[in-house]
Design a protein around this ligand. Structure first.
Ligand code: PEP
Ligand code: MG
Length: 469
């Protein structure tokens, strides 16, 4: 049909069809709302927007046949501390209704009908995790400082309202990445400027006076809005992030105006632009941000011009990092996308998940080059991809000279515990040793050996999981 709205109603019909089919196959209908018992959600293709349909306090695990550990649904699950296995390709997922199951998010294994012995082993892992959690609790108000007194900022990545308390409880020093697409995904239409203002204000107020970095809408790729479908052959190379919002100025302007209004009297807003691949995008976005700021100020709000930064997540931006540094106030490396684009490995495709490696020497060199290229530019650098929340990645990023790391609140205490047990010299030495290696696996193994020697392996993952593999 011509009309895009009506055309999209095809999705509703398809959904209805699926439900009828499910009845014909005598499957129980969707139970998302009546869940009273703890459950593991198993599906062919779990998506970030699906998570919004479940009462998350009941969800104890997720298993998806499609996708990989760097898919957005996996990132959200990690942020919520839900063990998840992605890319379970041979799983007979439709035959697992009501089956007892263990999901090991550390190793990516699933055990159906587990024996008592396996249940006991995993209970010990759970107990060990709880013990570590209580150790971490004591670090909450301590700075992230190496044994020789070097400070590194630990920020959080947020998306949901619930992230605020979770992050403050864990000692976050600010928000390094607020993914605005999350509140957009759990609605059935675009939130209005006034609604957005309210949503953003909760984040800004929750963390004030600490800085909150709000990223403009990064839809496309594997993040679809149900009411704004984008159908493309190559979604990760297509209409995504800043490309969408600069083509839809009404979306961009409403969002920026809402962010700036929300910061009134708080002055802790930073705006970050995703998927930047050339300087023209930054120039255009900056001029729109200046215009929005002037309008909001004119309307009488007590606001200051926010700091503006870009994500470095496309290889082109790595090679133009010096020019970009001269234009913006801060830069944050999105290592999830940078890995996908440098290695040409779709982060959502389970078939090539084995090739997706943040410890690939090319990724490490790019990260290191960003620091080298921007020395003397007076720019603040951070990493906000999942690598920053992996203690091994965090050690390397700190040693390279980044100012802050931004990660899920689940990862933060662990990263802090590990970095506080090392000297900067030790971290630099580890970096020097792995930078000369040619294989990603060698980098990972060497790092594991080095953390074992440094006596911090216990903090990284429960000894039982290592023993089970
Ligand atoms: C990244 O790409 O590393 C990042 C932080 O952004 P996202 O995961 O939302 O694409
Ligand atoms: Mg990204």
């Amino acid at each position: 049909m011509e009309d895009p709205y009506l055309r999209e109603r095809a999705t509703d019909i398809r959904d209805l069809g699926r439900r009828i089919l499910s009845h014909l196959q005598e499957k129980t209908p969707s139970v998302t709302e009546e869940l009273t018992e703890p459950v593991i959600i198993v599906g062919e293709e779990l998506t970030a927007s699906m998570l919004g349909e479940f009462p998350l306090d009941k969800v104890k695990g997720l298993v998806s046949v499609m996708g990989s550990s760097s898919s957005h649904v996996a990132i959200l699950a990690r942020a919520m501390g839900i063990p998840t296995v992605m890319g379970a390709v041979d799983l007979p997922y439709s035959k697992l209704d009501k089956v007892d199951m263990i999901v090991d998010g550390y190793s990516g294994q699933i055990f159906t009908y587990p024996s008592d012995a396996i249940i006991d082993s995993y209970q010990q892992i759970v107990d060990e995790e709880r013990l570590l959690e209580s150790e971490y609790e004591q670090l909450k108000d301590l700075p992230c400082e190496t044994l020789d007194g070097q400070r590194i900022g630990l920020y959080v990545n947020t998306g949901l309202l619930a992230d605020i308390n979770r992050s403050l409880d864990r000692g976050a020093e600010g928000v390094g990445l607020y993914r605005t697409e999350v509140p957009f995904m759990i609605r059935d239409r675009f939130p209005t400027e006034a609604e957005q203002e309210q949503i953003y204000r909760q984040q800004l107020q929750g963390f004030a006076p600490a800085p909150v970095t709000i990223r403009t809408l990064d839809v496309g790729g594997d993040k679809a809005l149900p009411y704004f479908p984008i159908k493309e052959e190559n979604p990760f190379l297509g209409w995504r992030g800043i490309r969408v919002t600069l083509d839809h100025l009404e979306i961009f302007m409403a969002q920026i105006r809402a962010m700036i209004k929300a910061s009134a009297g708080l002055h802790n807003l930073k705006i970050m632009l995703p998927m930047i691949s050339n300087v023209a995008e930054v120039e255009e976005a900056q001029s729109l941000i200046r215009r929005a700021y002037a309008e909001v100020k004119e309307e009488g709000y007590d606001v200051i011009m926010p700091k503006v930064g870009v994500m470095i997540e496309v290889p082109a931006a790595v090679y133009q990092v010096k020019e970009l540094a001269g234009m913006v106030d801060f830069m944050s490396v999105g290592s999830n996308d940078l890995t996908q684009y440098l290695l040409a490995v779709d982060r959502n495709n389970s078939r090539v998940a084995g090739l997706y490696h943040t410890f690939h020497p090319a990724v490490l060199r790019a990260l290191n080059d960003i620091v080298e290229q921007t020395k003397g530019e007076g720019i603040k650098l951070s990493v906000c991809g999942e690598m920053a929340g992996d203690p091994l990645g965090a050690i390397l990023i700190m040693a390279m000279g980044y100012d802050t790391l931004s990660m899920s609140s689940t990862s933060l205490p662990k990263v802090k515990a590990v970095l506080r047990k090392l000297t900067m010299e030790q971290a630099e030495d580890m970096l020097a040793q792995v930078m000369s290696l040619a294989h990603a696996d060698a980098v990972k193994q060497t790092l594991m050996k080095l953390v074992r020697e440094a006596g911090v392996e216990r903090l990284i993952r429960p000894s039982k999981t290592a023993a089970l593999q």
